[in-house]
Design a protein around this ligand. Structure first.
Ligand code: MN
Length: 242
């Protein structure tokens, strides 16, 4: 018997795929912390790859804002930060895959913004609390259309840049990542069986900083695409909506 629901079930979030009619249905959002040395430094830490391991947090896929949309400045923060990131889209299933095998899981790439309530993150760090309220909030993950990977090579370099109102705030190269894409997929697949639809935010370079209502953010990754949003005031998002 067909199941029925007491209200409409949540809709699947999906992203446009460049030059294709079909869309990419999003499964899970994984995010990597501290994957560029200069960003780790601005957060007050040094990453020693020899002894450290990548670490992860998650965002709920319903929290995706498709590039071009307006972002309501989220509540309970006075320090909303941009983090410009390369996002890897997974297109095949894999568990505990080796670094060499990891590339087979890649469907393509996108440009993403891992928006962060930095004040709540600092409070969480101070109290050894989880980061969820700092990272996982409505519209907190902004995503460009997906570009399918060409051939079997893994993206290893390319300019990644973010500007706010035309001023460049973040500018680095993907080659500066501490753990490369294949290493991240291999490591994350030890903890989770990755599968089609999963997205991995690969960490932000240095230059993160605050945004305020009225700001226009444009992030670009060479050969991959462009993600953008405009910040609107909190008040415009308050109240009940039916
Ligand atoms: Mn991030």
């Amino acid at each position: 018997m067909k199941e029925t629901y007491c209200f409409a079930p949540p809709t699947i979030k999906s992203l446009e795929i460049r030059d294709r009619v079909e869309r990419f249905p999003v499964g899970r959002l994984f995010c990597v912390g501290r994957n560029y040395q200069a960003h780790a430094a601005e957060m007050g830490v040094t990453v020693d790859k020899a002894s450290a391991q990548p670490f992860y947090f998650n965002k709920h896929p319903s929290h995706i804002l498709v590039s071009g949309g307006t972002m309501i400045y989220p509540p309970e923060t006075a320090n909303l930060h941009h983090e410009m990131e390369l996002v890897v889209a997974i297109g095949a299933m894999g568990s505990a895959v080796s670094v060499d095998e990891a590339s087979r899981l890649i469907f393509g790439y996108a440009a993403g913004l891992d928006m962060t309530r930095r004040d709540l993150q600092q409070r969480a760090k101070d109290r050894a609390h989880p980061w969820d309220v700092a990272k996982d909030f409505e519209q907190g993950a902004v995503l460009s259309p997906i570009v399918e990977r060409q051939g079997s090579n893994v993206l290893a370099s390319g300019l990644i840049e973010l500007s706010v109102n035309g001023d460049v705030r973040q500018r680095a190269d993907l080659s500066m990542m501490i753990w490369g894409i294949a290493e991240l997929i291999s490591d994350l697949s030890r903890y989770y069986t990755l599968g089609p639809g999963d997205l991995i935010f690969t960490g932000t370079p240095e230059g993160v900083g605050p945004v305020v209502p009225g700001d226009h953010l444009i992030g670009t990754i060479a050969g991959i695409g462009r993600v953008e949003t405009t910040i609107a005031s909190t008040e415009s998002g308050r109240g009940f909506v039916d």
